[in-house]
Design a protein around this ligand. Sequence first.
Ligand SMILES: O=C(O)CCC(=O)C(=O)O
Length: 280
Amino acid sequence: MRVTSEKLAGYERDGFIVINDFVDIASCDRLRARAAELVRDFDPSGIVSIFSAHEQSRLSDDYFLTSGDKIRFFFEENAFLPDGSLNHRKEQSINKIGHALHDLDPVFSEFSRTPEIVQLVADLGIQRPLLLQGMYIFKQPRIGGEVTCHQDSTFLYTEPTDIAGLWFALEDATIENSCLWVIPGGHKLGLKSRWLRSTGGEMKFEVFDSSPWPEDRLVPLEVRKGSLIILNGLLPHKSLANRSTKSRQAYTLHVIGGDCRYPETNWLQRSPDLPLRGFS
Ligand SMILES: O=C(O)CCC(=O)C(=O)O
């Protein structure tokens, strides 16, 4: 499957592309089953203590900031009772798994390197692609948290900006179960901020433009299972909290151009043992 020139023109104009039925249903179900297996085998006891410990914020920040080359599990904010214990079953408490699923898990690695994805990324014009981040998002029923409006390049910054987020719907995504919302053309607003490690070691935002997002321009992208949404790294997007009884699972893969500068001040870093890889 090639991306049509019409769709590429839409990507340039709007900053996103929707391709229905990019993934067959069996492959969606294989990824869902694999994610369920990973969660089944995950022992949350140590991690729950990180989230409920006295130094909660520092420890959970470290757990996140060192996850760029690991498979780690992150909880929904509303998954905990005031005493720090889980309020729901483990399977219904995980917000996402990240951030090197695409390299460390054989099922996700194979999926992330299918010929269709290789072709798609070539069609997008990303040269010497590197697969930077692979993440599984559960958007749990009732407690799935809001993702506020942002640009992926704020967090995965490259010079020049050359990043695409591939968002695969593994279930139907509707307004009811909190589909993605995007600001068409918003990638032309420029990068509003960058999240980077300061010389003191802590993360902070460098703000280039503090004006609010024009959220009145947001449009919902309701898509069916198997659809792919491609997001330009500068496109503002968000998803609301999921208060419905249905989950809205998705797999996301972020691809960058291999010739870009990828600063050491970005949060997501790899150890020398697991350098970034492309499609081979
Ligand atoms: O899937 C979602 O709800 C939001 C994902 C997202 O915005 C992201 O990963 O950058």
